[in-house]
Design a protein around this ligand. Structure first.
Ligand SMILES: Cc1cc2nc3c(=O)[nH]c(=O)nc-3n(C[C@H](O)[C@H](O)[C@H](O)COP(=O)(O)OP(=O)(O)OC[C@H]3O[C@@H](n4cnc5c(N)ncnc54)[C@H](O)[C@@H]3O)c2cc1C
Length: 435
């Protein structure tokens, strides 16, 4: 990998997400050689992916080059590499660009969509965990409306304008709200020759309330906001299969829809060599102790979505959210310095700063440890927090300007089919999708 030998111990971090970046920033001015490996050369700000999918933002305003984040740090090395295996016996990791030795290894590979083994949904449904997936979804949504214009078959037209979003967590709620706003504000102007009032946005939640990780007040209010926007909220229904055209559920309810978005689960991204049963907790997460060390594996640590640190307050580990990943990355940074200096490490204590979700313009719900609020003020808080945590000054300015523009103009101008999406069951007849 062309990384020079150093007199400092080498810390290899796998993953430049929220946790990996926070850790690298903490370590890079210390007496350690930091090697960050990621299969992408950018950090992906996942909380705003749904805005890319719905044409509200361009993808480059939520992605940021990893090299730029850590520019100028003397002992820092980045390599664009997919990590394939960890060999703990020799302290080496295997990647698609070669092998590398570590003194300390930190796994920060995050999570991926969990289809729970359902092949139909996995192959025909859409996920929204990466930027390419969000762009696929953006293309599919727009292609559906172009296609709907061309067909005389009313049933087919309805199915093309029928969206099923599975999972009533923040991702599902935010996407449903954004689609409803497009239906109301943009489609009638873009497609005056199509009866876009027939478009249906369905949010399907298996439990008895949406946003189950938030307060009941936040759930109720978010549901009310969605209903005001015209979203059909289906509760206590579990989607069981999808053949690309029909969504079946565990009840008599079925949906004929050309688009199903699966936002109903994630699992940790595992690595060969750290995948034995005794190392893993629910959702494929690596069991770690209060110092982030993978249980029973010396010199290997894990942070963020991939790590499960069980405590009295969090018996199933911390929520798979940005804040735990950032806080864990910072704490591990301090601890590795202590470890290298032979000092005792500090156990991790998570400071819960709350959670929030937005439904649409002027509509958001915020649960903070001491305050809970909903509506316009919550929406401004949501925007401020997201701008604050977005990496890169340019991105903050671009996102802010886009939001102001979209707010004033009721518009989302990034509704572009730059890279047509070839959905499997439509490839043959779809002339639009030919390159
Ligand atoms: C649509 C969506 C909306 C979200 N909204 C919110 C929100 O509003 N608030 C919130 O707090 N959280 C939200 N989250 C969750 C939040 O984004 C994650 O909890 C957070 O990103 C976890 O950080 P991490 O550092 O563990 O992993 P990630 O940020 O996912 O980073 C993992 C990194 O590892 C890299 N990687 C993975 N495998 C390999 C490999 N084998 N080799 C090399 N590199 C690898 C990836 O490329 C990636 O860069 C959302 C997530 C999604 C998908």
């Amino acid at each position: 990998m062309n990384i020079p030998q150093s007199s400092f111990p080498r810390v290899v971090i796998v993953g430049g997400g929220f946790g990996g970046i926070a850790l690298a920033k903490k370590l890079s001015k210390k007496d350690a050689q930091v090697v960050l490996l990621d299969k992408h050369n950018y950090h992906n700000f996942q909380p705003l992916l749904y805005q890319v999918s719905t044409g509200g933002l361009e993808p480059d305003s939520i992605a940021y080059p990893i090299r730029k984040v850590l520019q100028g740090y003397p002992n820092f090395f980045f390599r664009l590499a997919q990590v394939l295996e960890v060999k703990t016996d020799t302290k080496r990791i295997k990647t698609n660009i070669g092998e590398i030795f570590y003194d300390y290894l930190v796994i920060a590979t995050g999570s991926e969509t969990n289809f729970f083994g359902n092949k139909g949904i996995e192959s025909k449904g859409m996920a929204m965990k990466t930027i390419p997936q969000s762009l696929n979804l953006r293309s599919l949504i727009l292609e559906n409306f172009e296609q709907a214009l061309l067909t005389d078959d009313l049933h087919e037209r309805d199915a093309l304008m029928n969206f099923v979003i599975v999972g009533g967590g923040p991702t599902g709620v935010e996407l449903a709200g954004a689609l409803a706003e497009i239906k109301k504000g943009i489609l009638p102007k873009d497609y005056p020759d199509l009866d876009t009032r027939r478009a249906q946005i369905n949010l399907v939640q298996s439990g008895d309330r949406i946003l189950p990780a938030m307060s009941s007040k936040a759930s109720e209010k978010a549901e009310k906001f969605l209903e005001e926007l015209g979203v059909n909220v289906w509760k206590n229904i579990r989607v069981v299969d999808y053949d690309g055209k029909r969504v079946t559920t565990n009840t008599n309810t079925i949906f004929d829809a050309e688009t199903l978005v699966w936002a109903a689960g994630v699992k940790a991204v595992g690595l060969k060599g750290l995948d034995s049963e005794e190392l893993l907790a629910r959702g494929n997460r690596l069991k770690v102790d209060e110092y982030h060390q993978v249980m029973g594996v010396d010199h290997v640590f894990a942070i963020g979505d991939v790590a499960q640190m069980e405590s009295e307050d969090f018996p199933h580990g911390h929520p798979m959210m940005a804040q735990p990943a950032i806080q864990q990355g910072r704490n591990l940074g301090d601890n590795l310095v202590k470890l290298i200096d032979g000092k005792p490490m500090r156990p991790f204590v998570y400071k819960d700063k709350g959670s929030m979700a937005t439904v649409g313009r002027n509509k958001a719900v915020v649960d903070m440890p001491k305050f809970r609020f909903q509506g316009v003020f919550a929406w401004f808080v949501w925007m401020f927090v997201h701008l604050y945590f977005l990496i890169g000054f340019r991105n903050r300015v671009v996102v802010f300007i886009n939001w102001v523009y979209n707010y004033i103009r009721f518009d989302r101008e990034a509704r572009l089919i730059i890279r047509p999406f070839k959905k499997q069951n439509r490839v043959k007849k779809d002339t639009l999708m030919q390159d």
